[in-house]
Design a protein around this ligand. Structure first.
Ligand code: 13P
Length: 265
């Protein structure tokens, strides 16, 4: 009897275990007053739906924004941090410093950091580990270039990027983490992956995680990022393996960002 009973129950759990996460990545945008205005607008006009809402702001604005979103549903994230706790690392910020500002998420491995700031797989893995040690949820950003996609290397590239982190922290650590698939060719280009293209990759990624741990894979939030906006979000978020979005440009306009959030609910 048991196998027949377990199938449907497992299916029900799988359908209900993943909440959507809508995350804004402000990148290096917004003066102090613009940041306060944007976050205030988001907090004031937010109509709660059954999804999580996160903004990843420049570190210099964390103190202001953390005060501003206190007692709201908006979660706070940082875009980068060093993996060491403290020391002679001029210009860097440690993860435990972030924790003092009610930061609960940390982006790691964004392609802009990989390409422009030499964040290689090892550093990304160390940052991921440091986030977890300090009680933050790391969002592991992965993605392929256009050339890699054209050469059919997408999944290989993503697996190598994920493997480096799994090797550092173990597969179980992904119980407290998210993954964001951000094809580099879609970032800031207006050239969004089609819902089918994105779903295909998300499904393959989840299958790759499932080979190592089925439960982790079932519960893992896999976000899509790359020119997501108020017009295309609904269709992307409707895909079974897309569990949210990591949004750059459209997160700088409160109305557009909140439309995406509503589409997730
Ligand atoms: P855009 O939404 O501007 O394409 O940026 C995506 C991104 O890089 C989010 O991290």
């Amino acid at each position: 009897m048991r196998p027949f009973v377990r199938g449907p129950i497992l299916l029900i759990l799988m359908n209900h275990s993943r909440t959507q996460l809508i995350a804004g990545n402000w990148k290096m945008n917004c003066s102090r007053s613009e940041a306060i205005q944007l976050a205030s607008h988001v907090v004031a006009t937010l109509k709660p739906v059954d999804a999580q809402l996160l903004i990843c702001v420049p570190s210099i604005h964390l103190a202001d924004i953390s005060r501003l979103i206190a007692n709201s549903r908006v979660l706070l994230g940082a875009q980068n941090a060093h993996w060491q706790e403290k020391g002679a690392y001029t210009g860097e910020i440690s993860v435990n410093m972030l924790a003092d500002y009610q930061v609960s998420y940390l982006l790691v491995g964004h392609s802009e950091r990989r390409q422009m700031f030499a964040d290689d797989n090892k550093k990304v893995a160390l940052k991921f580990e440091a986030a977890l040690k300090n009680g933050l949820t790391p969002i592991l950003c992965i993605g392929e270039t256009l050339e890699q996609r054209q050469q059919n290397l997408t999944l290989n590239v993503l697996q190598v990027q994920c493997e480096a982190v799994v090797k550092q922290v173990g597969i179980k650590a992904f119980a407290n983490a998210c993954v964001a698939y951000e094809p580099i060719w879609a970032i800031g280009t207006g050239q969004t992956a089609t819902p089918e293209q994105a779903q295909q990759v998300h499904q393959a990624l989840r299958a790759w995680f499932a080979e190592q741990d089925e439960e982790i894979a079932t519960n893992l939030q896999i976000l899509y990022g790359g020119s997501m906006n108020a017009g295309n979000a609904e269709e992307l978020l409707a895909q079974p393996d897309i569990d949210g979005g990591l949004i750059g440009g459209a997160s700088l306009k409160a109305d557009a960002f909140l439309k995406i959030y509503s589409a997730a609910g």
